[in-house]
Design a binder for this molecule. Structure first.
Ligand SMILES: [Cu+2]
Length: 97
């Protein structure tokens, strides 16, 4: 995974639509972690949201990076979806430590 760890409780991950995404792609994080989720769609404009946490990147221009930064307080599987294509991009899985 394309993961960098700025400090022990921060998890940073970059999703590039069509490259490391898919309905079977699960991004695992531990509950309590500070998550920085970067989203790039190289193919077009997008706006990506995370179900359950009610977060959105807002408008992302083609090839630009949108970011959702949050603390993973809730456990479970949460869909990451595109507002543009309405497709499931990947799944965020938050598990108890
Ligand atoms: Cu949705």
């Amino acid at each position: 995974m394309a993961t960098t760890v700025p400090d022990s409780n921060t998890f940073e991950y970059t999703i590039t639509v069509g490259e490391n995404t898919g309905t079977d792609v699960v991004i695992d994080v531990v509950q309590g972690a500070q998550v920085v989720l970067n989203v790039i769609n190289p193919d077009g404009h997008d706006d990506v949201h995370l179900h359950g946490y009610d977060l959105s990147t807002g408008s992302i221009e083609k090839g630009e990076t949108g970011t959702m930064t949050f603390q993973a307080t809730k456990t479970g599987d949460f869909d990451i979806e595109s507002h543009e294509s309405e497709e499931l991009i990947s799944i965020l899985r938050v598990t108890a430590p």
